[in-house]
Design a protein around this ligand. Sequence first.
Ligand SMILES: N[C@H](CCC[C@H](N)C(=O)O)C(=O)O
Length: 276
Amino acid sequence: MKFTKMHGLGNDFVVVNEKTVPTDVLDLAVKVCDRNFGVGADGLVYILPSEIADFQMRIFNSDGTEAEQCGNAIRCVAKYIYDYQLTAATEINLETKAGIQAVSLTVVDSKVTAVRVNMGSPILEGEKVPTIFNENPVIEKEIMIDGTSLCFTAVSMGNPHAVIFVDTIENHFVKGLGPIIEKHEYFPRKTNVEFVEILNQSEVNMHVWERGCGETLACGTGACATAVAAYLTGRTGPSVTVRLKGGDLFIEWDQEQNVVYMTGPSTVVFTGTWLL
Ligand SMILES: N[C@H](CCC[C@H](N)C(=O)O)C(=O)O
C-alpha cells in the first residue's frame, strides 16, 4: 500500500489514496500508526471517491477508532490532492462524516502555502455534542476529577470537544487529567480535551489530549472548538490565533454565516510503501 506521510503542525498522518477502505481498516490503523512497529502517526487517513463532493476523507485514530472529522487532516488531504494533481482546482469540496467541507488553497509558485477550511457550524446542543446534559450550550459545566474541580464548555465540530480554561496550563493537566476526562461518563462518545490559557482578546494558548490518540502537537477541530468556547464565554473576539505546541492556527467564527474557518499549513514529509 503506497502512502504519503504528512502533518498539520506536527499532528501527523499516514495518507492513502484508494478506491475503498479495506475490511480490516481499524486493525490496519493501529498497526500503521504504531511508532515502534509501524510507520508512526496520530492517524490513518483515506482519500476516497465521493458521490456528493470532489473527494471523501475518512480518518482513523491510532487506537483504531474512526473519527467524524479532523481539521489538520483536511488541510493535508487538500494539499495532497493539489500536489498529486488529482485536481487543478484550488477550491475543493471534501465529504467527511461531519458534512461537506469547502477548502481553499493558497498557491504561490505552484506550492500550497496555506489552506483555509470552512469547518461548518459549531454544534452546541449538549445532547448533540454529545454530552449527558441537555443545556444548549453546555457552558462552564463543573467536572470533578480526583478532587480537582474544573469547568468545561462542550462544542462539537462533528467530533466532541471539552474546552477547559485555566490560568496557566500545567504539565500534568494534559497527560494527567486528559485521559480521565476523555473517557468520563459525561461524554457518551468520549471526547477530545482542550486546556486553554487566554493571552488576550485575539490569542490563546491551547494544549490538547485527543480522543483515540492521546496528546498531539495540534488539533484543528480542537482549535475551532476553543475559539467558539472562548467567544461564547466572553473571553475573546470571534477570531483568534490558537497557539499550539506544533504551531499556530488562525480561527474565525463568522457570526453572519455561523461557520468556523480554520487557516493553517500542511506538510509532506515522505512517501513510502506499507509492506505488512
Ligand atoms: N482524535 C479526534 C480526531 C482527530 C482530530 C484532530 N487531529 C484535528 O486536527 O481535528 C477525534 O477522535 O475526534
